[in-house]
Every structure is written in structure tokens, then in C-alpha cells.
Design a protein around this ligand. Sequence first.
Ligand code: SF4
Ligand code: SF4
Length: 267
Amino acid sequence: MSSPWSRCALCPRLCHSACPVALGSGREAAVPAVLASALLLAERGELAEDVARAAMTLCTDCGACQDHCHLDVPLPTYLREARARALPAPTVEPLRPLVGAGRVIAVESDGREWAEALAGLLGEPVVAWRTRDELGVAALHHEGAGARAARLRNLVGDREVVVISGGVAEVLEAAGVPFTWLRDRVPQLPGGAGSCRLDGKRPIACCGGAGPLPAHHPEDARRVGALWLDRAHEWTVGDARCRNHLRSCGGQVTDPVDALLAGDFVR
Ligand code: SF4
Ligand code: SF4
């Protein structure tokens, strides 16, 4: 059986300029074809496992390489599967109970409490669902994810879920739970460009705040963020994960939650 890495390893780096990690970090090792070559060598026992782990985590899981691939190679999926096999399952917090009663759930995923402000806008009670780790997105592709998804579906039931971050969106999508982005639920709020998994103009495919990159290669994640900010310093983004990462890189970046909490929009 051929290796999943072989086509990319032989590719003349055609998606190089699409990969935000390769561009932002400036590292040859982060070029998608080079990642694949490293993982092919590791598969053959010709490269140390720790080097292979470093390679497979030089990624934000943005999907840009596949989008630009002339052969439609699902490199992001291969990398995700490799990480699930090679990295220990991260510890995630148990799903927290919902706070309050109501038909709408606000997933408060970055410490800001916006459920009450949303309730005021919608004119109905909103349940707050707090999470410190984006509902455990880091463990999404590891063992036990199926059981956790079932608990999550039970907790939500048939309520409407409103989200502000791409990590939470990924978890809900994998669990088959429908959700709405805050900016879509309240169209008066600024949606912003540059949001993960949302339409809009983006300076590069990802700001560096998603996937395994920030946890495994924080310096490279900051370099990717710096490249984004170099191309567009002031932004409103729809995804709180981008907002928080870009702020940690020194950017003047806001999101729909900032506008909601400040009452900074036309009612
Ligand atoms: S994803 Fe496609 S374009 Fe990118 S390295 Fe692999 S084969 Fe080449
Ligand atoms: S998924 Fe994105 S970050 Fe990962 S290798 Fe592909 S383009 Fe680079």
C-alpha cells in the first residue's frame, strides 16, 4: 500500500505559498511538501519520532494546502490522523453544566460572559455554557471523542447553540450539533473578515491561532500572527480565537463579542 505522504513528498511544493505556517514562520521545515517528506522518512524508520512529531504539529489545520492542491490530496486529514496516532490524548476539562434556562445556549469560550447581553438583545433568556478549552477541541480526533460527543448532544438537546470560536464550532460540527455564529445570529454586529471558517477577505489562510501550532510551536504561531498583522493591523474578526491570538501578537483586533458587550452597534 502506498504511503499517504508519497505524493506530497514528490510534489514541487505547489501549495507552499498557500500555507500560512510556511509563509509566517519562514521555515523550510514548515513547507507542506517538506512536512510530508519528513513524515515519509519517519514512516520508514529513517527519522526520529520527536522530529516527526514536530513536523506534524507545524500546522494550523487550515485546509489551504488541499484547497490549492492540483491533485486534491487531503494533506490536512493525513496530518490530523498522524497526530491522533502519534501524540498522547490531551487532558480536557469535563463538559460543564449549563447555567440558566432557555431555548438558546451561548457558548462562552474565552472568559467573556456575553449570554446576558445576548438575552437582552433577543428579548428571551439565554443559557450560558462556559468552557475553558473550547469544549475540548484539542482531544477531538483522539480516543474517547465519540463518547464525549454523545454527552454533548444530550446536554444540548434541541436547543439553539450560538458560538464565537472556531474550536467550539469544530467540536459541535464533529458531534453533529447544529450551531450559529454570533455574527449571523445578530446581523447588526460586525462580522468582520479574516475569520476562520467564515467567508471574507483574509491576508493569509490562518492567523496562526488554530490547530496544534500554538501549543506545540508558540514562537512560530506568533510569527504567523505577526505576518497577518503586517498585512492588516486593525481588524474585526468573527472568530474569538483569532481575536485573542492576534491580540497576543500585539494587534488591535476586535470581534462581535466586543461590540455586543460595548453596545457598539445599531439596534
Ligand atoms: S497538498 Fe498537493 S500541492 Fe501541497 S504538497 Fe501535497 S501534492 Fe503538493
Ligand atoms: S493545513 Fe494549512 S497549515 Fe497545515 S500544512 Fe496545510 S496549509 Fe499548512
